[in-house]
Design a protein around this ligand. Structure first.
Ligand code: CMP
Length: 140
């Protein structure tokens, strides 16, 4: 196994409920290191670009609207097998199907307002990290 970096977003439903610390505790307890973190308000253009792979999906408009509805926390996580590890820690997209102890089982409200995003592949992690962070701002 290799040390990897993955990209994470704590979504507006998390910041609205002051869950940044609680979610970060689950991340850190799982052995993932938060090597960069910034609280931002995502612009419409940023959200549309970030989710452009979903542009043809019926929920795209709703997704962009939600992601720009309040502050988000963008993060870079580092660790052994970080991409797959974080997906395991997040749990299934639909919180009703998320395993016990996962972030989405604990905190997510619905499939849309599901508290966190994590990259789905190492390649996408690299692309997503570059959209929000300069290499010099990542401190491993
Ligand atoms: P995320 O990992 O951020 O990537 C795509 C997002 O689309 C996903 O999390 C969900 O929050 C969202 N999504 C997926 N399916 C639906 C749906 N049926 N309705 C609203 N949002 C959805």
């Amino acid at each position: 196994m290799a040390t990897e970096r993955t990209f994470s977003i704590l979504k507006p439903d998390a910041t609205a409920r002051n869950l940044t610390g609680a979610v970060n505790a689950v991340i850190e307890e799982a052995g993932l290191r938060i090597v960069a973190q910034r609280r931002i308000r995502m612009s419409d253009a940023q959200a549309k670009k970030f989710y452009e792979v979903h542009a043809e999906r019926p929920f795209y408009g709703e997704l962009v609207e939600f992601m720009t509805s309040g502050p988000v926390v963008v993060q870079v996580l580092e660790g052994e097998n970080a991409v797959a590890k974080y997906r395991e820690v997040m749990g299934a997209t639909n919180p009703a199907q998320a395993a016990e102890g996962t972030i989405r089982q604990k905190f997510a409200k619905s499939v849309g307002e599901n508290t966190v995003h994590g990259s789905d592949s190492l390649e996408n992690a690299g692309i997503e990290i570059k959209q929000f962070f300069d290499e010099k701002d990542i401190v491993g």
